[in-house]
Design a protein around this ligand. Sequence first.
Ligand code: BG6
Length: 296
Amino acid sequence: VEFCKGINGLDKVILREVRSSAEVYLYGGHVTSWKNDHGEELLFVSSKAQFKPPKAIRGGIPICFPQFGGQGNLEQHGFARNKIWSVETDPPPFPTVNSNKAFVDLILKPSEDDMKTWPHSYEFRLRITLGPGGDLMLTSRIRNTNADGKPFTFTFAYHTYFSVSDISEVRVEGLETIDYLDNLQNRERFTEQGDAITFEGEVDKVYVSTPTKIAILDHEKKRTFVLRKDGLPDAVVWNPWDKKAKAMADFGDDEYKHMLCVEAAVVEKPITLKPGEEWKGRQELSAVPSSYCSGQ
Ligand code: BG6
């Protein structure tokens, strides 16, 4: 584990395992790189991404908290991705500690100013772990530390941008026949058809109560990403396609071809925590050659 300066002098942490690596910016508690043991980048970060607070970094794994989406008077996808997190050297024990792994513990707590926009006190602990096989694990623990006895409610997402060679060759498995809320149609509810999902245009769907394992098959790269999740019942699938891509200042016009967001999330049924209660949500990513996965 190495602490250093990244783009625009922002602090970052580098995790290394035998040959794989990951990079985390304290700005946003944001994973911006995950490389396999051939040094290949597995996450998409836009060439136009700005590493300038308060604009969230376009790509990698933004943390959406305390809301997914843009409801109410909170900013779109909440403020966690726009805050500078701290490294926590001695967090309360995590249930699954493995000292052989490279990991970093981050923490976010509200300032007095922050409490003007969201009037709650919380401790958000995020452990980012790179396993010996190159797997990337993110574990979030959010605790209500309100002194006034008040509960709070939130939604959440690990807004993961996977790097893919060609979106029209990508298939997503694990969401067949699952109900989804379509963000492009006023969050109306539909049921997905029975085949693996493929992409021919803009997609912005919140799949609800999905299986815990979702696979993203990149035919051209012969690579399969496997996403496993715990405590995160929903999964968002997003690709802006050409028109929306052009409308985003921090996203290249053609970059939609090389990314896909599949986001382990809690959207449909928000979490409510009473003071002293803690919620946990975990996402585990692995990238394997496709041949290993055939028939699974
Ligand atoms: C997705 C949402 O998760 O994030 C989309 O479902 C949204 O509606 C996209 O456009 C990107 O959001 P932002 O705030 O990072 O531009």
